[in-house]
Design a protein around this ligand. Structure first.
Ligand code: ZN
Length: 138
């Protein structure tokens, strides 16, 4: 049985929710550009010269689901310039909807006493050093 902790594979039937506010974690979208060269991954460039008429038409040219499109030009020459596409499984983050929630959650954890091993290790060493200094036997 899945623990529900594995990123992106936890409960595929339920969209992930923010551990802080409970809102939906945004889908991770990829932008496809049309009618021009498309920098696909920051390095390679693919020619995507098609000029889809609308969202439905753009769907034919992408892997995944078109969730939004932006147009270029005026009718009747207007075409889809870019499409935001979801691969059906990727989200922007494993646990949180935004950086503000990440920070808020971290503060609430710290206030409730939670700390990392790095912190507890450092503090244990400091207490030990102080105890040594104040030891009247020395
Ligand atoms: Zn949130």
């Amino acid at each position: 049985m899945n623990s529900g902790r594995e990123f992106g594979h936890s409960a595929p039937w339920v969209e992930p929710r923010c551990r802080n506010c409970g809102n939906a974690v945004p889908k991770k979208l990829r932008t496809y550009w049309f009618g021009c060269s498309d920098v696909t991954d920051g390095f390679s460039i693919s020619e995507r010269m098609q000029k889809p008429a609308d969202k439905q038409d753009a769907q034919r040219f992408v892997d995944g689901t078109v969730v939004a499109v932006r147009y270029w030009g005026e009718l009747p020459d207007r075409y889809v310039r870019s499409a935001s596409v979801w691969d059906g499984k990727s989200y922007s983050d494993e646990f949180f909807c935004c950086n503000a929630c990440t920070t808020e959650f971290a503060y609430s954890c710290a206030k409730s006493g939670a700390a990392t091993q790095a912190y507890t290790g450092t503090m244990a060493r400091r207490y030990a050093e102080e105890a040594e200094k104040n030891d009247p036997q020395k």
